[in-house]
Structures are given as C-alpha cells and as structure tokens.
Design a protein around this ligand. Structure first.
Ligand code: URA
Length: 248
C-alpha cells in the first residue's frame, strides 16, 4: 500500500484556499479546525492527506474541501466562458471563491464555447487532464446539436469516413459518429478536440449549429439532476469512467 502524503496543517489549509498561512493559523488557534472530533491546535502538526479527509476534518463545522487530486464535473451553462482571455462570466464564478487560490490550481479539461452548454470536467490533476485530452486515447465526446437546416441524410457517411477536411486545416478529421434524432437534431460523437470542431463539421456540410450541448465524455454522462451552473465532486472510480469507452 502506498504511504499517505503528509503535510503541515497550516500549509495544507492555505493550499486548499482557506486563506494565507497566517489566516489559517488564526483559525487553528481558535479551535475551528477539527479532526476526528478533536480540535487541532498545532498549526505545524503533520496530517495525512488522504482521500477521506473531508469526512474526518471540519473547518468552522463544515467538512473541509477534498485535497488534491480533485476532479469535478460542472454543468456549464450557456453564456459562461472557460478562459480568462474571453469576456463574460467565467466558470470560476460558479465554484467556491476559495478554489481560485487552490494550489495546485484547478483547470478545465479542454474547453466548451461560450455558446455551448453541458458536461465540463475541472481538475487539479495534470496527469488526469492530459490522459483525457491526449489524441492517442480517443476519448469520445458526445454532443447534441440543433441545426438551422434539415439534415440531408448524407452527413453520417461523410463524418464516418475519416476524410472530412475542415477549412484551414491540412489533416482530415478522424471518423465521427452521427445519430440522427430529428429533422434538425443529431448526436455527434467525436474523439478529437479541434477548435470549434462540431460547429465547423456542420458548416462543412452546409449547415449551421444553433444550439450545442455536451452530454458525455467517454463513459461519464452529465447526470439529469445536475442543473446548469451546478457542480459535483467525483470520486476516483467515477472520474475513471471517462476512460471506460474509446472511439465512437
Ligand atoms: N465543438 C464546438 O464547436 N464547440 C464546443 O464547445 C465543443 C465542440
């Protein structure tokens, strides 16, 4: 069994975003940090950083945030941006404020456009993030697309062929799966993450996406009871479901 990482209590809480080292030392001195039912008074005490810490430690009576590695899913609403470089409300605004100063920092696993809703993963685990976005892994992402014009019936074969070239690119797209759900609605499953890929694929067949929603990443679907703007922390086994399926 691997040994649990040990961390100084004040450093651990500061890295989780509960304040500066000085702030958290004051919290500890005030008896507000409780482990297994007993207040911890020594800021320099080493504690084991284990996945069950939230079930054992409270800060001001509230379970402590899970330590790294943290993976969460967010139901990204329309109109919210993933990047600091874009204008508008950001995904960080939907999460607890202290998470902005967590160390290691949280980042989104890839991005969704401002006008796309649905499943977005956020993590401080660089290895997990790279495994999800690695082109070698072919993690499937399923999108529900609503279109401006009726589908012609030719799109599925074209998308599946692995020959479609997007404007301005010199490498064809990998095969993608299209399930027609209605005259102007389809589920598209892709295993790459090229810039605005879904919108550009439909543009390449003379159509236009009017609404886009990501339903699934690998074997992990956006739960029906997670409403736009809500997030949920994933345990390690649930996060690994992303890799349960490969290729559309
Ligand atoms: N493809 C797009 O066009 N937009 C997204 O947000 C994701 C995939």
């Amino acid at each position: 069994m691997s040994q649990a990482l040990m961390a100084r209590l004040d450093r651990l809480l500061a890295n989780l975003g509960y304040g500066s080292r000085r702030d958290v030392q004051a919290l500890i001195a005030a008896g507000q940090v409780v482990l297994d039912g007993a207040p911890l008074k020594d800021a320099g005490r080493k504690v084991a950083v284990t996945a069950d810490l939230s079930g054992r430690m409270t800060i001001r009576g509230i379970p402590v945030d899970p330590p790294a590695p943290l993976v969460l899913m967010l139901h990204k609403p329309l109109g919210v941006v993933c990047s600091h470089k874009e204008d508008g409300p950001r995904i960080d605004d939907l999460l607890p404020k202290r998470w902005r100063i967590r160390d290691p920092a949280l980042s989104s696993v890839g991005r969704l456009d401002k006008d796309t809703s649905g499943l977005l993963l956020i993590t401080d685990d660089g290895d997990f993030l790279h495994r999800v976005i690695s082109p070698k892994r072919h993690v499937a992402k399923a999108y529900l697309a609503t279109l401006d014009r009726p589908l012609t019936g030719q799109e599925a074969a074209l998308f599946a062929a692995g020959t479609l070239m997007l404007e301005g690119e010199d490498k064809p797209l990998l095969p993608a799966g299209l399930e027609v759900l209605g005259e102007k609605q389809a589920r598209l499953t892709i295993t790459e993450g090229r810039y605005h890929q879904v919108r550009r694929m439909f543009a390449a067949v003379g159509n236009h996406v009017t609404a886009l929603h990501r339903e699934r990443i690998g074997g992990l679907a956006l739960p029906d009871d997670l409403t736009p703007g809500e997030h949920r922390i994933l345990d390690a086994a649930t996060a690994e479901r992303v890799f349960a399926e490969a290729r559309p």
